[in-house]
Each structure stands twice: as structure tokens, then as C-alpha cells.
Write a protein that binds this ligand. Structure first.
Ligand code: 13P
Ligand code: SF4
Length: 304
């Protein structure tokens, strides 16, 4: 079957069954084309609440599908490919953070949204890359334990100087794998281009950037900028989506290593099978997990 034929089947079934398809911007072109909404982690979590459909298919990674379920427990939430996990989300677990909290009883625990539902139950507030600085600023406590991404945490700490921010050793293996040399080499290769990077990159790479922001922040910046050439320092799908949207501008990838296999594991056929009830995985969380994890997501929405 051709890609366009699978897409047609998906669009037909989706309409007949009144199902909403959400896709993170790191998904491939052919999935973004059939999605009802595409966005970064924060936009998807808000969209999950707004969408009127009773069933949602998530094309992204597991923590994103869990976030939809936490925010809309009455909805049926399907993760299109059950193998799609985020390695960073699984780096720390509930027991580890509960034990660290004993040593830092007066700290507010800030969890990047890239964490499991179970881990969120023992945290105080969530952040996404687009809201982290604003939310940490707004927290009514000087002492912050920021988990799990020490690179995003370092970026936040540099913007929010009046807080005492403790970091742990976690992070995104894809973004954190980019070296300062690669950033410098890309700038030398494309001297007229602006370097736009995600704050999950290491501090030395962030320091080389002309702009630092979330997935949607990078896309907005590139769309509004008068510049004509950009080096994209986040998952390489973003360069591809931008190139389609703005053919008159030039987008280079910062490194060929910037590909998240977990984000790319979902195929159109997975989406089709999820619609047919022959694939995907329904996300089920118990009531206590939903209630406790929701507190820190609600706090994110309140402070953001
Ligand atoms: P954002 O979508 O919040 O920019 O996060 C990037 C990411 O790595 C998602 O897993
Ligand atoms: Fe996780 Fe990094 Fe992939 Fe995002 S890009 S899903 S943080 S591994």
C-alpha cells in the first residue's frame, strides 16, 4: 500500500469513529499530516484536555500518553506504538526520589514532564521545556530539586539566579550527545546561519546558540526571524517540518545524531492498527496514580 493510501484509510476511520490523533512534532512527516494536533509536550498536554473526542491516539512516547490519561481519565488513550518510551523518563523512579527527598525535606521537587506517571506522584510541580523558567520563577520556595534533566535544570538555574537549584545526573541521550565541537563545526560550516538549540543540550552547546527554546519555541523563532538560514539543534524532524513550511529559508541539522529512535518507532501502520483496535496499547493508570500525578500537572498549568 502507498503511504497516501494508508493516510486515506486513517482519515476515514478517524472520522467515522470520532477519534482524535495527537502527534509530537518529532514524529515523521506522514504522521504529522494525518494528526488533528501537532505540538510540543506542553501544547499536547493542553490539547488533550480541550479535545471533545472520547478517544485519543498518541503518536509520541509513553509519558505523553500517560499525561493525556492523567488530564482526561474519562478518555480512552491509546499509545500508537507501545515500544515508544523516553529513556530520560525512565532514568529515575519513585523510590529513588522518595529517598533523596528525605535528605532535602525543605525543597520543592520540580519534575520535567518527561517523567513517568508514577514518578510524578512524588513530585510537587511539573515543567515543560517551554514553561520551566517561568514556573521555577513562580514557585514560592527558594530551594528547588530539579529532576531528571540536569541540562535543562542548568539552563533554568542560569535564568533564575535567586533560587538554590539542586540538579541530579539525568538527561536526554539524544540532545546531550551533541558536543561543543559539533556546534562550533556547524557554525563554521554555515557562517550565515543562526544556531537554534533545545535546552536539553549540554551547557557548552547552549552557550554557542543564538536562540535556546523548546520545540515550539524553535519553530516559532525560525518562522518569525528575518534570517534566511538556520542550524536546528533538536530532533531532526523539526528541520524537515520547517523546511516544508518555509521553503524560501534554509534549515540544516546540527548533527546526524539528532534522531530519537523512540519518537521514530511509530509508523502509519501502527496508527491504522490502533484505529482498527488491532494494535497500540490502551493506557490504564489506577485512580491513586492519576490523582497524585495530576496534582503536579495542575500546578504546572496554574503557575504557567
Ligand atoms: P518539548 O516537546 O517540550 O520541546 O520536549 C522535547 C522532547 O524531547 C520531547 O520528548
Ligand atoms: Fe526522550 Fe530525548 Fe527522545 Fe525526547 S528526544 S523522547 S527526551 S529521548
Amino acid at each position: 500500500m502507498k503511504i497516501s493510501e494508508v493516510q486515506e484509510k486513517i482519515l476515514k476511520l478517524k472520522k467515522e469513529q470520532d477519534i482524535c490523533i495527537l502527534a509530537h512534532s518529532y514524529q515523521s512527516r506522514e504522521i504529522v499530516e494525518i494528526a488533528d494536533y501537532t505540538g510540543d509536550s506542553f501544547q499536547l498536554s493542553l490539547m488533550a484536555q480541550k479535545t471533545p473526542q472520547k478517544k485519543v491516539i498518541m503518536c509520541g512516547v509513553r509519558f505523553m500518553a500517560e499525561t493525556v490519561k492523567i488530564l482526561s481519565p474519562e478518555k480512552t488513550v491509546i499509545l500508537a506504538n507501545p515500544e515508544a518510551g523516553c529513556p530520560m523518563a525512565e532514568q529515575m523512579d519513585k523510590q529513588m526520589i522518595e529517598s533523596i527527598k528525605k535528605d532535602f525535606p525543605d525543597y520543592t521537587v520540580v519534575a520535567y514532564i518527561n517523567t513517568t506517571a508514577e514518578l510524578k506522584t512524588v513530585c510537587d510541580v511539573c515543567v515543560t521545556s517551554s514553561s520551566a523558567v517561568k514556573i521555577v520563577n513562580a514557585i514560592d520556595n527558594k530551594n528547588i530539586l530539579f529532576i531528571p534533566d540536569c541540562n535543562l535544570g542548568d539552563y533554568v538555574a542560569k535564568q533564575v539566579k535567586d533560587k538554590n537549584i539542586k540538579l541530579l545526573h539525568g538527561g536526554c541521550p539524544i540532545h546531550a550527545g551533541i558536543s561543543v565541537k559539533e556546534a562550533k563545526d556547524a557554525k563554521a560550516k554555515y557562517p550565515d546561519a543562526l544556531l537554534l538549540v533545545h535546552p536539553e543540550c549540554i551547557p557548552g552547546v547552549v552557550a554557542e546558540a543564538d536562540y535556546v527554546g523548546s520545540t515550539s519555541g524553535i519553530m516559532d523563532y525560525a518562522s518569525k526571524s528575518d534570517a534566511k538560514e538556520f542550524i536546528i539543534g533538536t530532533e531532526m524532524s523539526i528541520a524537515e517540518h520547517l523546511q516544508y513550511a518555509y521553503p524560501e529559508k534554509k534549515f540544516h541539522i546540527l548533527s546526524k545524531k539528532l534522531i530519537c529512535v523512540n519518537m521514530k518507532i511509530t509508523s502509519l501502520v501502527d496508527v491504522l492498527n490502533s484505529l482498527k483496535g488491532a494494535g497500540g496499547e490502551e493506557i490504564n493508570l489506577d485512580e491513586t496514580t492519576i490523582r497524585d500525578a495530576r496534582k503536579c500537572i495542575d500546578e504546572m498549568i496554574r503557575l504557567g
